[in-house]
Every structure is written in C-alpha cells, then in structure tokens.
Design a protein. Structure first.
Length: 504
C-alpha cells in the first residue's frame, strides 16, 4: 500500500522503494514505505504544480509549507540556544541547593541499605526472626533494588526527572518508617520490598539528575563528590548500629531514617525539573525559566573553555548500553563479592584476622580514600584514563590478595583493592554511566545498567558457594580479577571519553 500524503496522488514502485507525488520528484526510503531514512527529511527544490509555495516532506511523509519549515527552523534554533545556555551555567546558589538535596538523599539511601544486614542479625539474635525469614528479608532487598532501578529509568525519561525523584524518596522513606511498626517479620519483609524499590531508584535518579545540572567543566567532580558523601554512610551506619541496637533495639533505626527521608522529601518538593529533559520534550518556556535561575548569579563573561566546547561523540545506543552494563556490573559485583565474602574466605585459608581491629580499620579506610581519589581525578585526567586502569589494578590486586598468607599482606593489599573499588564507584556509577546516554534515554540507560548489576549480584552468593565447594578459595579472587580485566578491555576499546563534553 502506497503512503497517503495530504490528499496528493501518489504513484510509485513498492519493490523499488520509490514514490513520487504527482508533478513531484521521486522520494526514496530505506524502509518499505513508512519512513524516510534521514531524520532531517527530504524536500523539493521546485515549486509543486498548482501551489504558491514550496512544500517539503518530513520523515513521516507529512507535507508542510516553507513557512512551516521556517517555524521549525526557529524552534530548532531556540532549542540550540537553550542547550548552549545550559552548557554555560556555573555553580550558583540554586545548583548548591540541588547538590545538597541530592547528596542528602544518597546519604540516607546508603544508611538504609547498610543497616539492613545489622538489623537482620539483631532480630535473629533476639528470636524475633528466623534464619529462613532473614534470608527472605535480605533477598527482597535485592529484588526491590532491581525493580527500583528499572522503575526510575522509565518514570524519569517518560514522566520527568522531578517526578521520579520524589516518588523514590517517599517510597523508601515512607515504607522504612512504616516498617518500624511491623508486628511481625513477614510484615517487615513486605515493607522492606517497597522501601528497597525506592532505594534502587535513588541511585539512578540522584546521580543522573545531578549530572544534568552540574557545570560542564566540573560535572565529574560534583557527581563524584555526591558519591563520596554517600559512601560515608557505611561507617556511620555501623557506628549508629553499635550505639542504638544494643540499648534501644532496631525500631528506632527505621523511625530515624524514615523521618529524615520524609523531611528531605518535603524540602525537595520545589526542586526544579531538569531543563535538559524539558528541552528534549518541547517545554522550552519552562526550561528557559529554570535556566534563567541558574544564570542569575553567573558572571556575564563566563564562558566554557575551548576544550570543553565539544559535543558528545555520536555513539550507537547499543554500544553505550553495552559499556554501561559491563562497567556498572563489574564494579558492583567485584565490590560486593569482596566485602561480603572476604572474612569467610580468609577463615578457610586459616588466617584469623576477621576480628582484628587493625585489619578492619585499614580495610575501611580504603573506601573513603578511594572515593576521594576518584573525585579528584575524574575531571582532571578523564573518565576512560581513570576507569580502565583502575579495573586493571583490580585484576592485579585481586590475584595478589588471593595468595596472601600473612595479616600484613591481607591488610595492605586489601586496603588498595578496597580503594580501587570505591574509585570505580565514584567514577563509574556516579559519573560515567549517566554521561553515556542522551537526555531522552539517560534514566532508562542508567536504570537498565544498575538493574542488571543488581540481578547479577543476587546470583553471586551461589557462584561463590559453588567455587568453595568444588574449587579452591583463591579461585574467587581469580574470578574478581577476570571480571576486572574484561571490564578494563571493554571500557578501553568501546567506551567513549565524556569529560567536558556537552550532554544532549
């Protein structure tokens, strides 16, 4: 069936994929008879017979006049102007407010995630739960993180960043608070599933939204700084659990996090929508108003350095998604496997350092040190030059760690390995992934990458258990090294450099 175009008679050869308007020139497409191949469309240089004006064809075979084309060109120029203005914005009070609110949400997210294992151990010890129920409690946490990553991606891209950002916070804050009043473990498990859905969303929405507001020349530094703040949640959670659980039980932990999350949700109600999302969805007046707020305290002479005035390389979507999935999955799987299974693996090798204060302290210091290194270097040397070599160092230190036979070796190599993991958490999860995708797909791309990583993480305990059953413990570290090496190669070969490039 030939295409119908504005009442004009259409003739052509369907097999040759050529069509023409009566008195018009041929139109050729690469797809059967539905769309033109080029996004800019095809147009005639001559007037059509019987008309007073030139007519054009857009990619959907819709006719429009030259005046219509001028209007479209004006709208395109307006979009380019807004995008350019957004690229020139600097750190203003509005941006600092956005950074503080995002970082606060990420910090509470980290506390909520890390307190789950401590609470599970406490309720098991007091007899309020059983081992089987604890297993379900921790498992639904991972399921919620998986669901939340996907949910945030689709809501953020289709309904707006602001809506996704508020939904996730009320989910994890509200259901964490309600969980404090659970009469039994099954009710707490149900609350945990819904709360974890919000927790998974926070990772995707927080870093991606900050990425879209941050100044182009320091985007990596700000996103990595949010990661550094979030990673402080682990030691602080351990400290709070030590103080609160023995004396007051687990419920105050849930109440405290829930109340703080609800307060933050109230503060974030007036957080602006991302101008980049508004521009991409044709809401240019609203975008212009927000950009004006960001420009209000920006010096008029401020301009982007020449090396920063580069657009993101045109990378196929499949390639960006492939790099994102590999990089995020490798980072989270290696970090989770190491931190979760190291005590067990060391005990099986006869190294009784699990309860050593010096061992625990030095290992823990690697996390903030690594996050700080990532924050300092991600803008200075670039994403690829930081990420690929760090993955390679994970491969090297992973092998070395598997063959340590002394407490000193375990602590020193473990410190460097932990630092590498958190360099990657700052550079990959907080910065690089969101920069790989255009605005219209950014949340979905980040969500799919994070969801895949969460799903693979669920399978890791079974893989490690199988290795311990049928092979030597050192094979676990060989596995970490192999994953790190593969990720290093993928990022080095397929990953584009996104430092100081304008995101669209």
């Amino acid at each position: 069936m030939l295409p119908q175009i504005a009442g004009f008679e259409v003739t052509g050869d369907k097999q040759q994929n050529q069509y023409k308007l009566l008195f018009g020139n041929p139109v050729k497409t690469q797809q059967s008879n539905t769309n033109l191949s080029a996004g800019t469309g095809w147009y005639k240089n001559q007037k059509m017979a019987g008309t007073r004006d030139r007519y054009f064809l857009d990619p959907k075979f819709e006719l429009f006049s030259e005046n219509d084309r001028k209007e479209r060109d004006f709208m395109a120029a307006q979009t380019m102007n807004l995008t350019e203005r957004m690229a020139h914005t600097q750190t203003t009070p509005l941006f600092y407010k956005i950074f503080a609110l995002v970082s606060g949400g990420m910090f509470l997210d980290a506390i909520d995630v890390y307190m789950a294992s401590a609470v599970a151990s406490y309720v098991l010890k007091t007899g309020w739960s059983t081992l089987a129920l604890n297993t379900v409690f921790l498992s639904v946490g991972f399921l919620g993180l998986f669901m939340g990553s996907l949910l945030a991606g689709f809501i953020g891209d289709l309904q707006g960043r602001r809506r996704a950002y508020q939904v996730n916070l009320i989910l994890f804050g509200g259901f964490t608070f309600l969980g404090a009043f659970a009469p039994n473990m099954p009710t707490l498990i149900a609350c945990r599933l819904l709360a974890s859905t919000g927790l998974g969303s926070e990772i995707v929405t927080g870093y991606s939204m900050l990425n879209e507001f941050a100044p182009i020349e320091s985007r990596g530094k700000w996103c990595a700084s949010a990661s550094l703040i979030a990673n402080c949640g682990a030691p602080i959670t351990m400290f709070l659990c030590t103080l609160i659980l023995p004396h007051f039980g687990w419920r105050p932990m849930f109440i405290g996090v829930g109340v703080l999350a609800i307060i933050l949700w109230i503060l974030r109600r007036d957080i602006p929508e991302s101008p980049r999302w508004l521009i991409a969805h044709g809401k240019k007046e609203e975008a212009a108003g927000i950009i004006e707020q960001l420009e209000r305290d920006t010096p008029a002479e401020t301009h982007i350095k020449p090396q920063a005035e580069k657009a993101v390389l045109e990378v196929p979507m499949w390639r960006s998604l492939f790099v994102a999935i590999v990089a995020v999955s490798a980072t989270i799987i290696c970090q989770y496997t190491f931190t979760t299974w190291v005590p067990t693996l060391l005990l099986k090798r006869g190294i009784n350092v699990v309860h050593s204060l010096s061992f625990s302290t030095i290992m823990l210091l690697g996390a903030p040190v690594g996050a700080l290194i990532g924050t300092m270097l991600v803008d200075r040397i670039g994403r690829k030059k930081l990420i690929a070599p760090t993955f390679f160092l994970v491969a090297v230190f992973g092998i070395l760690y598997g063959y340590q036979t002394t407490s000193t070796g375990v602590m020193v190599i473990g410190f460097f390995l932990t630092a590498c993991f958190y360099v990657l958490m700052a550079a990959v999860v907080a910065v690089y992934v969101a920069e790989l995708f255009p605005t219209v797909f950014r949340f979905r791309g980040s969500g799919i990458a994070n969801a895949t990583a969460k799903l693979l993480t669920v399978a890791m305990p079974y893989a490690v258990a199988a290795i311990l059953t049928f092979a030597q413990p050192a094979m676990v570290f060989w596995g970490i090294s192999a994953i790190g090496l593969i990720a290093a190669i993928v990022v080095a070969i397929f990953g584009p450099e996104t430092r100081q490039r304008v995101i669209h």
